[in-house]
Write a protein that binds this ligand. Sequence first.
Ligand code: BTN
Length: 135
Amino acid sequence: MLRFAIAVACFVGLLTGEASAQGLPVPSTWTNQRGSQLTVFASGGGGSFSGQYVNQAVGFDCRGMPFDVVGQSNGGRVSFVVTWKNSFKSCNSIAVWRGTVSGNVMQTQWQLDYADLASGTIKVVRGTDTFQRVN
Ligand code: BTN
């Protein structure tokens, strides 16, 4: 019976073309209240996933271009990291989001660590982002 249930689940997954990184649908696209977009397009083992993040938040740098994102999802819990460096730009910073996914809504708290070149110190900013699934 268990084998039958697994076979049916795989078949449905093939039909819909959607898998899951242990709770997070893959592929999926999410937009937050700042207009930034998270796209998840690959899942690895153990709930890990990768994708891209386009920051559109007013008051921040590194906007309007894709940066790699890696993350982890387990049940309803999710966390992901963006290092703000790509082939074109570096913001000398890294952001981590942690939160929960329920249906089409992802509630997160984030921390941004950045190098303050003027003072030569690492500064920390924290906030919250709510993502809605758009695709
Ligand atoms: C930087 O300015 O150093 C890099 C961009 C940081 C963007 C932050 S990360 C948390 C918050 N949520 C977003 O979608 N963008 C901002």
